[in-house]
Design a protein around this ligand. Structure first.
Ligand code: CP
Ligand code: NVA
Length: 302
């Protein structure tokens, strides 16, 4: 069997993604019942993190333990990709020890190169380009709260960053309408046109009220991502109209939910009143990282 990787949502077909959601639902129910099947027993996975992480690191490490496997947390001190040794050499060495590789780093091409040379599955735990595991968990959360994500309108407000691009990739495979509310200076780039040319329902809107009007999900992320915190001033100037606050939410559907991948910069892209209010499902999203990523790992491990 050829090994599979999960570097972007588009690595999987629509049917494969639906099977993965069903598996995540089943795994979550099992975990809630206290059942803990261990399909990864005897495997250790490498978890390479070149950026900070609370949710991703802990949910992968706990998920691996729950699946019967072990995890190795590896930072820049141990592996500086391409510096102490080449990425193909790191990939081939690691593949002799571990059952899979989870990696969070800057350059998406590094992760693609690692996956090309590794003979074990590689999972993208966030690059500057995309953060696919987050959106799988978020779609699971939408399904739980709204019954389905199919046919819904999802509005992403804020920077055209790795999260925005992950939502665009999800819209290329799954049946929902995506609106991106952002400024001209923070547009997510050519992926929008690629998605549209494939028939995905993706639009970029520069008016926050138009972007949230009647929508079912209002989503945001920090305005300056890891690695570009020096741009916070200019991003804030460009995006301040896109803050999620109670006033903006009056334009969304009455039952709309509010989502944030976290960490949040409260008072900037989202207010306290919304984060702590009845529409926010942010901690359910955080929990679902665990269940969704267990499903991703089990799928890749075959
Ligand atoms: N949402 C998310 O990926 O959080 P961390 O950066 O804490 O892993
Ligand atoms: N866009 C954010 C997501 C954090 C989970 C970042 O890359 O820092």
């Amino acid at each position: 069997m050829t090994k599979r990787d999960f570097l972007q949502i588009t690595d999987f077909s629509t049917d494969e993604l639906k099977t993965m959601f069903d598996l995540a639902v089943e795994i979550k129910a099992q975990t809630r019942r206290g059942e803990c099947p261990t399909p990864l027993a005897g495997q250790s996975w490498a978890c390479i993190f070149h950026k900070a992480s609370l949710r991703t690191r802990i949910s992968f490490e706990v998920g691996l333990q729950q699946l019967g496997g072990g995890s190795l947390y590896i930072t820049n001190k141990e592996i500086e990709l391409g510096k102490r040794e080449s990425i193909p050499d790191v990939a081939r060495v690691l593949s002799r020890y571990v059952g899979g590789i989870v990696i969070r780093t800057y350059n998406h091409k590094d992760v693609e190169e690692l996956a090309e040379w590794a003979s074990v599955p590689v999972i993208n735990a966030l690059t500057d380009f995309t953060h696919p595991c987050q959106v799988i968990s978020d779609l699971l959360t939408i399904q739980e709260h709204l019954g389905t994500f199919e046919g819904k309108t999802i509005t992403y407000l804020g920077d055209g960053n790795n999260m925005a691009r992950s939502w665009i990739n999800a819209a290329r495979r799954l049946d929902f309408s995506l609106r991106i509310g952002t400024s001209k200076d923070t547009h997510p780039g050519e992926l929008v046109d690629i998605a549209k040319s494939e028939g995905a329902r993706v639009e970029v809107l520069y008016d926050p009220i138009e972007a949230v009007s009647g929508t079912h999900v209002v989503y945001t992320d920090v305005w300056a991502s890891m690695g570009e915190k020096d741009k916070l001033g200019e991003k804030t100037d460009a995006l301040k109209a896109f803050q999620i606050n109670n006033e903006l939410l009056t334009h969304a559907d009455d039952s709309a939910i509010v989502m944030h991948c976290l960490p949040a910069e409260r008072g900037r892209e989202i207010t306290d009143e919304v984060m702590d209010g009845p529409r926010a499902v942010v901690f359910d999203e955080a929990e679902n990282r665990l269940h969704a990523q267990k499903a991703i790992m089990v799928t890749l491990a075959g």
